[in-house]
Design a protein around this ligand. Structure first.
Ligand code: NAP
Length: 466
């Protein structure tokens, strides 16, 4: 029989998910010059690029330029995009086994972590990830409502999502109007009543997860000041020892930037962002109508955990902060996929270096791989997925050489295409996506914006005359 990975018997790979992890898996496969590969990439949305489109902040267009390389690769003849095709709904594991030698799950982390405190469900308490998806025009989130008439807002968490949310709440209407944010969100944020934003972290400044450029940007906002209290900036002995010992460049630079922010005092700027450290929300308080009116915080003290890390321990000091809106920004979480073993504790697929492991024995399951956030959890920046995908592809290639692959009955591009046409006649090909993309960019060009996004699947299908 002709070896797999040759002209007459290409290695057929299905990638589920078209975000950075999916595209870096494809580009790593392309680097295997001794292998002929065919890749079909599936996404439940009509548009590719995952969080680059629906997560990266709309005022950070430079981060989105990575899609130029994804786009170049997507135009290769050995690649097919099947948008609007959902794993578990339109195609199942058995279908994939009939058409591919290997499948890679790169579905990201589609939900958020909970705080597990009373009041989390009140009206006005939102997951930051929902807000991000809403302002980015993700079709599943366009109907969400956020009461931006509130003057005081709390953002919980010291990660880059928290800082994105706080920064966008501070942007001026002119700044918002130059982004590719969904039109409805530009209007809502431009007319918002938000004036005071608290970013609340459970640990201290030395443990903040922000990237340095993001903190720097907060000190350069047009119409908002950022402040941090001197008392909050005094490093506790444990943090001081850790900072001195590790001398981590990012931490040192971040601390320097925090110190450059003043204590709060009124200025001519319309909005203020107040960074608070070592406080944890213990309850979100509501009014008689079930709307957020305040957040109850406990002061923490840093303690050393057994693994040497510094964690927060609650003291008995409690305070109540009046806010009308809460964004919980404490991390994303992966969602289990049908028929794929999931590790609940990690919130990710059970795997070893990208090889999916069986639930019972933890043995690698031939043909099944994972990459990106659904593999390693929601950590790192876009580029982190390059190295991550490299590890997965190395396992795929080694297993192929060892003969540990599926043996599909119908391995051709066309037979897979026939199945998808039958299951989801409305699927979006890469050519279809290119029509949508060109229209969005053309609409944007007229008003000096990077693009004006379609925010509903119906609109996209209608552009394609469907
Ligand atoms: P993240 O970086 O993991 O930050 C989560 C924050 O939530 C941490 O400060 C964490 O504190 C805090 N937290 C977790 N559980 C908490 C609890 N129960 N109570 C209070 N605080 C809690 O997550 P993220 O901001 O969602 O970002 C996800 C990933 O995307 C990150 O790798 C991030 O760098 C990346 N990202 C990058 C950019 C960019 O490059 N511009 C933009 C957006 C996102 P502890 O540290 O104490 O756990």
């Amino acid at each position: 029989m002709t070896p797999i990975g040759t002209e007459s018997n290409p290695l057929r790979v299905a990638i589920i998910g078209s975000g950075p992890a999916g595209f870096y898996t494809f580009s790593n496969l392309l680097k295997q010059h001794d292998l002929v590969v065919e890749v079909d990439m599936f996404d439940r949305l009509p548009s590719p690029f995952g969080l680059v489109r629906a997560g990266v902040a709309p005022d950070h267009q430079k981060y989105k330029s990575v899609t130029r390389i994804y786009d170049k690769n997507a135009r290769l003849p050995n690649f097919r995009f099947y948008g609007l095709v959902e794993y578990g709904k339109h195609i199942r594991l058995d279908d994939l086994k009939h058409h591919y030698h290997q499948v890679v799950f790169a579905t990201g982390a589609q939900t958020d972590r909970n705080l597990n405190i009373p009041g989390e469900e009140l009206s006005g308490s939102h997951s930051a990830t929902d807000f991000v998806a809403w302002y980015n025009g993700h079709p599943d989130f366009t109907d969400y409502k956020f009461d931006l008439s509130q003057e005081k807002v709390a953002v919980i968490g010291l990660g880059n999502v928290a800082i994105d949310v706080a920064r966008l709440l501070c942007k001026t209407p002119a700044e918002l109007a130059s982004t590719d944010m969904a039109d409805y969100a530009i209007e809502a944020l431009s007319n918002s009543g938000v004036r005071e934003i608290y970013i609340l972290g459970r640990r201290g400044p030395a443990q903040a997860a922000f990237s340095t450029p993001e903190i720097k940007e907060m000190g350069e906002l047009t119409d908002a000041d950022i402040s941090v209290s001197r008392r909050d900036m005094e490093l506790d002995p444990l943090s001081l020892e850790q900072v001195e010992r590790l001398r981590d460049r990012t931490t040192l630079k971040n601390l320097e930037l925090f110190r450059s922010f003043d204590e709060w005092q009124p200025t001519a700027k319309k909005k203020s962002v107040k960074l608070r450290f070592l406080v944890s929300p213990v309850e979100i308080l509501g009014d008689a109508d079930g709307k957020v009116r305040a957040i109850k915080l406990v002061k923490n003290r840093p303690v050393q955990a057994e693994d040497g890390s510094i964690r927060a321990e609650a003291t008995d000091q409690v305070e109540t902060l009046a806010v009308g809106l809460v964004f919980r920004s404490v991390g994303y979480r992966g969602v289990p996929l049908p028929e794929i073993p999931f590790n609940e504790a990690w919130g990710a697929i059970a795997h070893d270096q990208g090889r999916i492991l069986s639930g019972e024995k933890g043995e690698p399951l031939a043909g099944l791989y994972t990459a990106g956030w659904i593999k390693r959890g929601p950590t790192g920046v876009i580029g982190t997925n390059k190295v991550d995908a490299q590890e997965t592809v190395a396992c795929m290639v080694a297993d192929l050489k060892a003969g540990q692959v599926w043996h599909p009955e119908k391995p051709g591009i066309d037979t897979a295409g026939d199945l998808i046409r039958e299951r989801q006649p409305d699927f979006i090909s890469y050519d279809d996506w290119s029509v949508i993309d060109a229209e969005e960019v053309a609409r944007g060009e007229k008003v000096n914006r990077p693009r004006i996004k379609f925010t509903s699947v119906k609109e996209m299908l209608s552009l394609l005359n469907r």
